[in-house]
Design a protein. Structure first.
Length: 122
């Protein structure tokens, strides 16, 4: 699949350290998607910008219930209309921890399917 044909997926959490980076790591080699991650906090490793939102075909926020990620996006970028899906993954685990990976994959399964490697054709 050509790079331009890949769907652009953006993962968003608060600091862009643990949750969104774990999701990005999991799907980074998937040939179906081009993935990036960002955070809503001013101190985020990669702060969320209008340009990143416009780049994305779909946006996955980690936890609206606790962190209000979706609400923050709507308030901060009112003119940007992208599909936003809440994964309901709380900020409890460090990047790459087995429990965080399990929860992220469980939440993303119905939206993206399991991550595929570069050689996977199924």
């Amino acid at each position: 699949m050509e790079a331009s044909a890949r769907e652009h997926i953006l993962f968003v959490c608060t600091a862009n350290v643990d949750r969104s980076r774990t999701a990005e790591d999991l799907y980074a080699q998937d040939p179906r998607f081009e993935v990036r991650s960002a955070g809503t906090a001013p101190f985020a490793k990669t702060p969320l910008t209008r340009e990143l939102l416009l780049w994305a075909d779909r946006v996955f926020v980690m936890c609206e219930r606790e962190d209000r990620h979706h609400t923050w996006i709507k308030l901060r970028f009112p003119g940007v209309d992208r599909p936003v899906i809440d994964l309901d993954v709380e900020d409890r685990w460090s990047r790459g921890s087995p429990e965080l990976v399990r929860r992220v994959l469980r939440s993303l399964r119905r939206h993206l399917g399991p991550p595929r490697g570069p050689g996977d054709s199924t």
